[in-house]
Design a protein around this ligand. Structure first.
Ligand SMILES: [Fe+2]
Ligand SMILES: [Fe+2]
Length: 272
């Protein structure tokens, strides 16, 4: 039987999204993942990606931001959940380092950046960024599985990390609603606008990062994907939408699902 819906912004809502996050955490260390043997050809292909230094740096920055923000939070349950998400982000950086070391792929550590002073706003923009990245990442993982460009065992080894991102965006969406609806009525539209601005900010900064990392390399990669997977842009968005629903399906139905990016991409899909 379906449970009665909860009211966002209430203590009950907070208990539910924090508890769900904490209870679904999986304890493991990077070497525990089922790393497969890889051929030199695959290792060389992976080593050719221009993203590793940046990826480790990004995960590490998120760890720093969330740790600092968790230290600032007074509510014990919210603090525990935020600190756990910080731990998982730090573990993502460790997993990447372990993976690169294991297969002998060289990388450079980019020094940590100074943290901004408004950590709540910082979590909003970071969270918005996670929602954008995860939406596409869930689709890309499925494409990689079907094209067999990389050994399926390697993709499967990363599965716990991918599912962790689904938990993160579920937490972020509910945290946003909790923050919004626990405010007085007249402050809620301000929070809504701030959320929209956070998404816009993160979306634009991702476009800039892509340009810095070599936009043409990404376009070439996308074309290659299109050729090998047989998916056009519309098909890819459909796949992302399906994968987002599937990845979030196991969690309590009463919790809010991230909506903005799926809606925007649904509109993009119609415009194509
Ligand atoms: Fe992460
Ligand atoms: Fe994350």
């Amino acid at each position: 039987m379906d449970k009665a819906p909860i009211v966002y912004g209430t203590e009950e809502h907070k208990e539910l999204f924090c508890r769900q996050f904490i209870d679904t955490h999986k304890p493991f260390e990077p070497p525990d993942l089922p790393w497969p043997e890889l051929s030199q050809e695959v290792i060389d292909k992976l080593a050719g990606f221009p993203i590793w230094d940046y990826a480790i740096h990004t995960e590490r920055q998120v760890f720093n931001k969330l740790t600092a923000y968790a230290n600032e939070i007074e509510d014990p349950l919210l603090k525990e959940a935020m600190a756990l998400q910080a731990y998982e982000e730090g573990r993502h950086a460790d997993i990447l380092r372990y993976f690169l070391d294991r297969y002998g792929i060289p990388f450079k550590e980019i020094p940590d950046k100074k943290l901004p002073s408004n950590l709540e706003w910082c979590f909003m923009t970071t969270g918005a960024g996670e929602c954008i990245d995860s939406f596409f990442a869930f689709g890309f993982i499925q494409v990689s599985k079907s094209t067999e460009d990389y050994p399926i065992e390697l993709i499967e080894a990363m599965e716990p990390v991918v599912q962790e991102e689904a938990r993160h965006i579920l937490f972020i969406q509910n945290w946003l609603y909790y923050q919004r609806y626990s405010r007085s009525f007249w402050k809620q539209p301000v929070h809504f606008l701030a959320t929209m601005y956070a998404f816009l900010n993160s979306g634009l900064s991702r476009l800039m990062d892509m340009k810095d990392l070599g936009g043409s390399a990404f376009t070439a990669q996308a074309t290659q994907y299109e050729n090998s997977s047989g998916l056009n842009a519309r098909g890819f968005i459909d796949l992302c939408l399906r994968e987002n629903r599937r990845r979030l399906a196991p969690y309590d139905k009463r919790l809010a699902r991230p909506k903005l990016i799926p809606r925007v991409m649904g509109m993009v899909r119609h415009a194509l």
